[in-house]
Design a protein around this ligand. Structure first.
Ligand SMILES: Nc1ncnc2c1ncn2[C@@H]1O[C@H](COP(=O)(O)OP(=O)(O)O)[C@@H](O)[C@H]1O
Ligand SMILES: [Mg+2]
Length: 264
């Protein structure tokens, strides 16, 4: 099987600038000896939106947990805007890498939306009007301005996911990493989140099983399979490669044609 290795469009970015994310030779085994990553290499230029696709058990979550140093200690390196993940850089890396977990209820734990969104920036030392402004801006970016005083648990699931995105944007991250952002969203909320993500001026890495969402939002896709990058190229080409898709248990929704859907 021939992996897709088309060149990545990073002409919009300064090639001399450090990549938002650079993963090199990353290998990792869990303490029980189960090896999940076997040498992962890729680079995400600043401003790119990249989908991370792959079957269950491929190592996607394991990879994501390496991006801000929750997991580490295996072989290889991860750098974020030139800064190596791990050790004394951990606090700065946690600020630079904004991970939106699959379940917003893992991320929202304060009595009000304001306190949840302010939590990270306040911990980083922001106070007073600066903090208020940061919170307001993050909520505006996700269309949740005016919800500051609401308890997160009174919001809809889609609204909670957007607030979870705001908690991460409030840190002004170098890269936004989303784990299954469209899961459990009704069609209207799914669409609203897509519009929000498309409008953000930030590098995005999006783990998803929602292949139409990947095509709509991410010009480039990576396929992670059995702990290695099996393909890296334009999303429309990857989704259109039937043999590749079958080999990695990726299935398009019935009747969905990426060659047609991918056209502007
Ligand atoms: N805590 C753990 N201990 C041992 N093995 C694990 C652990 N977490 C995940 N794994 C294994 O590592 C592999 C990759 O898992 P994961 O990164 O969760 O894949 P994905 O997110 O792509 O579904 C799987 O085989 C999984 O069973
Ligand atoms: Mg996972």
């Amino acid at each position: 099987m021939d992996p897709v290795n088309a060149p990545v469009n990073d002409t919009a970015t300064d090639p001399a600038a450090p990549a938002s994310l650079e993963v090199s030779g990353l290998a990792f085994a869990y303490p029980d000896g189960h090896q999940a990553l076997f040498g992962v290499d890729f680079r995400v230029a600043r401003g790119e939106r990249v989908a991370l696709l792959g079957p269950n058990g491929a190592g996607k979550t394991t990879l994501v947990l390496h991006l801000n140093g929750i997991l580490g200690g295996g072989a290889g390196t991860v750098t974020v805007a030139g800064l190596p993940v791990g050790g004394r850089n951990t606090a700065e890396i946690r600020r630079r890498v904004g991970i939106v977990f699959q379940d917003p209820d893992d991320q929202l734990f304060m009595p009000t939306v304001r306190e949840d969104v302010a939590f990270g920036p306040a911990a980083a030392g922001l106070r007073g009007p600066e903090l208020r402004e940061r919170v307001g801006r993050a909520l505006d970016l996700v269309g949740m301005g005016g919800f500051e005083d609401r308890p997160p648990h009174h919001l809809s699931f889609g609204q909670r996911r957007r607030v979870a995105v705001a908690t991460v944007l409030a840190m002004e991250p170098e890269i936004l990493v989303l784990d299954e952002p469209s899961s459990n969203l009704d069609p209207a909320s799914r669409r609203e989140l897509a519009d929000i993500l498309r409008g953000l001026d930030v590098t995005v890495l999006m783990v998803t099983h929602d292949l139409p969402y990947a095509l709509e939002l991410c010009p480039r896709a990576l396929v992670l399979s059995e702990g290695v990058i099996a393909a890296d190229g334009p999303t429309a080409e990857i989704l259109g490669d039937d043999a590749l898709m079958r080999a990695h248990r990726l299935e398009l929704p019935f009747g969905f044609d990426p060659r047609v859907a991918g056209r502007p």
